[in-house]
Design a protein around this ligand. Structure first.
Ligand code: HEC
Ligand code: HEC
Ligand code: HEC
Ligand code: HEC
Ligand code: HEC
Ligand code: HEC
Ligand code: HEC
Length: 265
């Protein structure tokens, strides 16, 4: 999914105030993604540090998240404007002493706040097999904490327990411990699933045995007769013609088994 990442350099940030008069600038080239911060009439950007006085729970640790680096050029020279890229410029909120509904945007569970910038993620949630975010049954913040280090919770480089934490809330059966664990699970659910959406059934990365052959290389050459398809020291030549490894009645317990070492059931 690395290719879907938003490239910082490709994003052109436009402050809400620059759009006064309804003059919306359209994308002049496919290479750029136009990003519009939420608008708050007559408010100006004050920077992340100005939020720290009252929202230390959110500002603490925020500096090391990808959103902290989001910079709205029109906001210069107030410093980093990560908070305001999702919440809108904060000057009037601060002048009013803060408070709910006081000149600040709370995106709540609305994914369209995220789609302002993550256009490719929106496309993924329109694929035929998907988590029902567009249908309003789920939302981004169930899997991504928009504040603090936890935004990276599901992303690479974390231990499995951590990475799959959000999945476990809803998919107990696939995440519970097994007597015969499938070691692939250590890499996390995204070793096999696309978490947003996919063209393949069950949101799989690949629809067929190639899903498995990435890690279970077919043995060839020395000692293997021509035309034989050997995986894990077992001749799979006729087995692989029956369908995908997990259908066709074979490795049906792909997330791990309590009774069979070969993940057959
Ligand atoms: C990636 C977008 C994003 C960024 C960046 C962001 N927030 Fe938020 N913020 C949200 C969303 C989404 C919610 C609503 C979460 C929910 O309802 O579960 C929220 C909610 C809040 C709330 C209200 C919490 C409540 O009790 O309802 C505060 C306060 C807040 N953010 C402050 C900040 C501060 C301060 C920063 C910068 C340190 C920041 N946010 C950065 C998206 C963001
Ligand atoms: C002077 C203190 C103060 C400052 C500075 C401040 N806030 Fe707030 N803010 C508050 C208070 C108080 C609330 C109400 C929180 C509550 O009731 O739990 C609030 C609520 C919010 C909410 C939720 C609004 C809603 O309608 O649900 C957001 C989002 C928010 N602040 C973001 C920010 C951001 C971003 C900054 C920096 C640009 C900032 N705040 C700076 C005091 C402040
Ligand atoms: C103002 C634009 C903007 C908004 C709004 C925004 N993002 Fe982001 N987001 C970014 C940028 C820029 C990055 C950094 C991309 C990078 O460095 O690869 C990022 C990174 C991320 C990442 C981490 C990607 C990674 O690989 O580390 C996640 C997850 C994410 N955003 C989710 C969200 C969610 C959820 C929301 C809505 C609550 C949201 N974003 C709203 C601009 C935005
Ligand atoms: C079911 C859980 C789940 C939901 C819901 C979800 N995400 Fe993600 N998202 C993930 C996981 C897991 C990854 C890490 C993918 C990887 O490492 O291959 C990720 C990665 C990302 C990234 C990094 C780029 C990429 O695609 O790998 C962005 C940006 C992002 N999500 C934004 C969003 C936004 C915006 C929403 C809501 C519209 C959302 N996500 C909803 C689980 C989820
Ligand atoms: C907030 C609850 C929730 C979270 C968190 C969640 N899911 Fe889901 N998941 C669902 C729902 C709801 C469906 C759709 C079921 C349907 O449409 O019938 C689903 C469907 C799926 C499916 C397809 C199942 C099928 O039968 O087609 C897979 C695979 C899946 N999720 C994997 C994941 C992974 C991996 C994660 C973590 C990155 C995750 N889910 C996080 C609720 C969740
Ligand atoms: C080694 C690859 C692999 C890994 C890793 C993996 N899955 Fe799956 N998952 C599959 C396959 C293959 C299917 C389809 C099974 C079928 O159609 O019978 C599936 C199906 C599912 C389903 C649909 C219901 C079902 O059991 O058929 C859910 C939900 C699911 N996986 C969640 C997860 C979660 C959550 C994780 C991480 C804890 C995860 N998967 C890790 C391969 C994997
Ligand atoms: C991310 C890598 C990875 C993926 C993808 C993966 N596996 Fe595995 N699998 C492993 C590892 C590592 C082991 C443990 C070492 C071994 O037995 O080769 C294992 C073990 C197994 C075993 C037990 C071997 C035995 O002792 O009988 C079976 C069966 C298996 N995998 C089937 C599958 C199937 C079917 C798929 C595709 C749906 C799949 N694996 C996808 C990494 C992976």
């Amino acid at each position: 999914m690395g290719t879907t990442r938003i490239q910082h350099a490709r994003i052109l940030m436009i402050a809400g105030t620059a759009l006064a008069g309804g003059l919306l600038i359209s994308c002049s080239s496919l290479e750029r993604t136009l990003v519009v911060a939420p608008q708050i009439p007559d408010a100006t950007f004050t920077g992340n540090r100005s939020c720290a006085d009252c929202h230390v729970n959110y500002t603490r640790g925020f500096a090391s998240t990808p959103h902290a680096r989001v910079q709205i050029p029109a906001a210069k020279p107030v410093g980093e404007t990560g908070c305001e890229s999702c919440h809108g410029p904060g000057s009037r909120h601060i002048a009013a002493g803060g408070g709910r509904g006081k000149f600040i945007v709370n995106p709540g569970k609305d994914p369209s706040a995220c789609f302002q910038c993550h256009l490719e993620t929106r496309a993924q949630f329109h694929l035929p097999q998907r988590h029902p975010v567009m249908e309003g049954k789920m939302n981004c913040v169930q899997c991504h904490d928009p504040h603090g280090l936890e935004i990276l919770k599901p992303a690479g480089g974390m231990s499995m327990a951590r990475a799959d934490e959000p999945c476990a809330q809803c998919h107990r059966d696939q995440t519970r411990p097994r007597v015969y664990a499938h070691e692939a699970m250590r890499e996390g659910c995204t070793a096999c699933h696309q978490p947003h959406g996919s063209i393949n059934a069950k949101m799989l990365i690949q629809p067929d045995l190639n899903l498995c052959l990435r890690c279970h290389a077919q043995v060839q050459g020395a000692g293997v007769p021509n035309g034989q398809f050997v995986i894990g020291a077992i001749n799979h030549s006729t087995l692989v013609t029956r369908g995908a490894c997990w259908t066709s009645g074979c490795h049906t317990a792909i997330h791990g088994s309590d009774i069979n070492h070969h993940l057959l059931y």
